[in-house]
Each structure stands twice: as C-alpha cells, then as structure tokens.
Design a protein around this ligand. Structure first.
Ligand code: ACO
Length: 363
C-alpha cells in the first residue's frame, strides 16, 4: 500500500489528542479545549498535555542568552534550541530516565520562549532577568522579555492563542518530533527538528491573509460585496474551510470569544466578514461544510496583540512546544524506531559508464 503524504495512514497510537472531525471538537487528554482557555494558563495546559495532570512543577532554569543570532527569528529559535543539546549536556532519550526527559522538555520549552523573545527584541538592551521572572505566566514572561512592559490585555491574547494552538494531534511537525525521538536522540534534536518542519508555509497557513479581508471591510464597510468579489474572481476566503474539521473549528470559537472579551477594535468588522463569508460559501457550496477556521480569529487576536508578521510562525512554535513535548515523551515509551518503506521506481542494472559524467570523474 502506498498513500502519498501518508494520508490516512495511522502511524502511531496516542492518548494526547486527536481532533474530532465531525463534531468540531478538540480535546487535550479528553478535556474539551473550550474548558481551558481563559481559565488556566499555558503552563497548566503544557502540564496536562505532557503528564495528564495539571500539577507538574516546572524546574528552575538558569537564563541563557542567544548564541546564534542571524536576524531571522525562526532560524534563531531553531538553531539555539539545537545548541541546547550541548549547552545543557542532554543525553539521548534512550539513555535517560523518563522523569529527566520530562524535565528536559520543560526546560527546552522555557528556553524556546526565551530565545524567541530575545530574537524578537533584536538589538534593544536585554530586559533585566528579575523583571522577566516576575511575569505571572509563560506568556507574560515571554512578552516582558520581548517588550519590557507589555499591555496585560496583549498578554492575555497571546496566552489564549498559545492554549488553542498547543496541540492538534498528528501533523507534520509533531510527526517529525516523534520520528527524531524514535531514533533515541535527545529532546533538543527533536524540538529543533519540529521547528524546522513548522517553518514551511503549508503547515497551518499564515493568518495574515485573513486579516487583509477584515482591513478591507474596515475601509469600505461592505462585507458582502468584498466576499462576493473575492469569490467571483475565483479566490478563496482565507480563514474558512479546513482540511480536517467538517464542522466549525473549535479554536475559531475560542478565539472569537477572546476577541469579544478583549474588546478588539476590529471585532465588529471581523464578525461582518465572517457572517458574509459563511452565508456566501453556504450559497455557493451547499453540499460542503465550509466553516470558520482557527486562522481567521487568530489573525484578529494576534493583530490586536500587535504581533508582527515575522513573529507569527515563531509564536505558533511557542504554543506547539507543548504538543511536541507530549509526543516526544509518549514516543520514548513506545521505543519503536520509525522505518517506513519506499517503493523503488528507478532504473535497475545501469552500468557506471552509462551515467553522464563518468569519464570526468574516473581516477
Ligand atoms: N473559499 C472559497 N472556496 C473554498 C474555500 C474557501 N475558503 N474552501 C474550500 N472552498 C471550495 C473549493 O474551491 C472547492 O470547490 P470546488 O469543489 O469547486 O473545487 C470546495 O470548496 C472544496 O474544497 P477543498 O479544497 O476540497 O476543501 P478542503 O477541505 O480540501 O480544503 C482548505 C481545505 C485547503 C483549508 C480550504 O478550505 C482553503 O483553501 N481555505 C482557505 C485557506 C485557509 O483558511 N487555510 C488555513 C486552513 S486552517 C489550518 O490549516 C490550521
């Protein structure tokens, strides 16, 4: 059997999370994510996902400065997380007690947040560690390390986004983290590899395009006309439809509520775009469920928190570090190395002389 992209292939068993396609629900360890957002913080969600218990006590870590600094925030995050293997002296998971793997995952998550904040801060003087440590949540510490004195409502917006984006079952970056872990490698190798997999534009999609529609409607006030115009030109409405859910994306619901609670100035325009888009999609594709997806309301919430476009993917990595950590730990228990097979479709029995360039390389 061969399935391009492994579509439909079950590659591992998990008790962490898997989206419920028909019902439009996302559950972390069985708990509906709508119960969590706004009621617990990101670290509690990390703890739930990784350990199945809210009460994991986070280990102390000494602050680390960025060693590799290129100006590209995602690249710096990936490179500096890879360096943690040497910096912290992390042993391969195959040689490590489970409790130590868990603590390493917590440290690596904390350092990932700090590296991204430092990279985003650029050349501005570093914020004193005492001020960062005073932050009451992971998102608060991240925002303080990045901005110095963040707006508490922006912190709340980021924390809610992190909770909704913390885990989404089997996907390219999570699978990458499991494949690397299955070789017995250390956790920094697994998490930096996952960041690399997340960086491609096909993973998740950038919310920035959804925001363009909201901005256009803020200018013209004509949501129906704008939506019709995009569709008449053969375009897609960004932030609608989903490759997995055949109902509303539950994360869209949470972030819509967040936007309303935070009194986001673009809320009314976004609501008008959503209403017009859903009506027009239903009109044009009556047989298909094309509902709002996470990118639409994430765009609105992250725009409110003044997250610049270059920080969108790194921010997604900050959130998803929870899911990756949970899968790395689960994979260490599984112990089986991933070794899929490939269908060879190339030539056989080719002589070396028949290959172009043979004459040039003979010694
Ligand atoms: N706007 C307009 N038409 C759409 C949209 C949309 N957002 N989504 C689907 N359709 C149409 C398609 O053109 C297609 O029409 P056709 O049958 O005449 O060709 C029909 O609905 C079915 O589309 P599919 O591509 O089969 O839908 P699928 O479920 O495979 O695709 C996808 C899902 C790629 C997300 C799609 O809905 C889309 O392009 N959405 C806009 C981009 C977007 O929001 N991406 C973020 C996704 S969320 C995430 O990945 C975390």
């Amino acid at each position: 059997m061969f399935s391009p992209g492994l579509d439909g292939v079950t590659a591992f068993r998990t008790t962490i999370a898997e989206p419920d396609r028909q019902g439009g629900k996302l559950r972390y360890r069985g708990v509906d994510v709508t119960e969590l957002a706004g009621r617990v913080n990101y670290r509690a969600v990390w703890s739930l996902l990784v350990t199945g218990d809210f009460r994991y006590s986070w280990p102390e870590s000494r602050p680390l400065k960025l060693q590799a600094r290129t100006g590209n925030i995602r690249v710096d995050a990936q490179a500096n997380v890879a360096l943690l293997g040497a910096e912290l002296g992390l042993a391969p998971v195959i040689d490590t007690e489970e409790r130590d793997v868990l603590d390493s995952l917590a440290r690596v998550t904390g350092y990932l947040h700090s590296f991204i904040a430092q990279a985003a801060r650029g050349d501005a003087p570093a914020v004193p560690q005492k001020e960062i440590s005073a932050g009451e949540s992971a998102a608060a510490r991240f925002m303080i390390e990045w901005q110095g004195d963040p707006d508490p409502l922006h912190v709340e917006a980021v924390e809610n986004y992190w909770i909704t984006a913390a885990e989404h079952g089997a996907n390219a970056s999570t699978f990458t983290s499991r494949v690397i872990t299955s070789t017995g490698a250390d956790v920094s190798a697994a998490i930096s590899g996952a960041i690399g997999a997340l960086s491609g534009p096909l993973h998740g999609g950038a919310p920035s395009r959804a925001l363009d529609m909201v901005d256009a409607v803020m200018r013209t006030g004509d949501a129906e006309g704008h939506v019709r115009d995009v569709l008449d030109r053969g375009g897609r409405l960004m932030g609608f439809g989903h490759p997995v859910y055949r109902a509303e994306d539950p994360r869209a619901r949470i972030l819509r509520d967040t936007a309303e609670r935070l009194r986001v100035p673009k809320f009314e325009a976004a609501l008008a775009v959503e209403k017009a888009a859903l009506a027009e999609l239903q009109n044009r594709k009556p047989d298909r469920v094309l509902a709002t997806n996470v990118d639409f309301w994430a765009a609105v919430v992250l725009d409110y928190a003044e997250i610049p476009p270059e920080l969108l993917t790194p921010l997604f990595a900050c959130a998803r570090a929870a899911g990756w950590s949970a899968h790395v730990l689960e994979q260490t228990r599984d112990g089986k190395i991933f070794r899929p097979s490939a269908k060879y479709e190339g030539d056989t029995d080719v002589t070396a002389q028949a290959v172009p360039g043979w004459q040039a390389v003979q010694q």
